[in-house]
Ligand binder design. Sequence first.
Ligand SMILES: Cc1ncc(COP(=O)(O)O)c(C=O)c1O
Length: 398
Amino acid sequence: MIWYPYTQMKNMKTPYQIVKAEGVYLYTKDKKLIDSVSSWWSAIHGYNHPEINDAIISQIHRFSHVMLGGLTHEPAQRLSAKLSEWLPGSLDYCFFSDSGSVAVEVALKMALQYFINRGDSRRIMTLALEHAYHGDTFRAMEAGDDEDYHFILKACGKNENIIHIPTSINALGKAFAEYGERLNCFIVEPLLQCAGGMRIYGVDFLTRARELCDKYGVLLIFDEVATGFGRTGNRFVADIVTPDILILGKALTAGYTGHAVTVANEKVFKGFCDDDPSHALMHGPTFMGNALACTAALKSIELFERDDYLAKIKRIEEIARESMRNFSARGVKEVRVIGGCICIECESAEVTRGFQDFAFDNGVFSRPFLKYIYAMPPYIITEGELLKIINVMQRWFA
Ligand SMILES: Cc1ncc(COP(=O)(O)O)c(C=O)c1O
């Protein structure tokens, strides 16, 4: 049987059986649902996109996968070239992996080894944010800060080498003053902390973080697995403040297949690239650079640019802001909108109970978590479809 995620299997609600997906719609045998969460924020072009389908199918006829150990191929080469050209600064060195969590592990390992390669073994600490979520593998869980997901870590005791701070400039200054000489990196979900509760914070925090990282020689890592490819209204937050290492996943492959990339800048890459074999990055997921994933990513980026997705996201944000402007109701603590993300923070998790079925009955698939009811729709959504999602979210409180 399937063991489902984040779920007590004993009394799990039967999942909806999907038989087809197309555009923004998921289909059960007898129902058509707007997917308001883009399959965990990945399906930015919706489902069954003819151009992405065609690209993948023609790659399948060449080959689906060959390993990157000792071999290479055009889809991976073209994707790394495209990302190098597309991403800001010298973020040019692409290490592929199979999921966002693994890409986070790679980034954390890179940051640690960067200093070890220089003979600096003092820098074994990581700075991270309160309410952070970076994935479910072990080091990613430790960099994360959410007991609701990772209470199991308590059994191992707190890792004293990972410090969590709130998104306050004051706390940032204090943390660098105290730990600056021992940190190898500061990892953040920039501007928008997603799984930790769709929490939005300011660019000024990131600008200050960049300054302090430069001052103390610490690597700045942006985990844009969730925020990348437009979710905050920016193509990448890295376009505003440039990190040393950037992590992309989810929408990278438009929801077609799991893949991620850890992109390092020249300074980081040079910290590995020398005559000493022991300075190599010792990592190599079997499916890194998978040809189908790279093909989907290339086509997805092409559509993103060609069809001006940033304008689409801006429109989503405008509609959401306008519709939510005067919304308040019993049980609602706060409404937050940024780019293609709309979140209603409820007074308690109790308030969200039953919302998924209510949304389903009204033609929308939603997956609230903790005390958050939110939407992160595919960017191809029409105004009418978006208003329908927002209407369902608001009517729940009526
Ligand atoms: C910011 C962030 N980092 C990492 C991950 C983990 O990605 P994956 O589920 O592909 O392992 C997620 C997943 O939600 C995420 O939101």
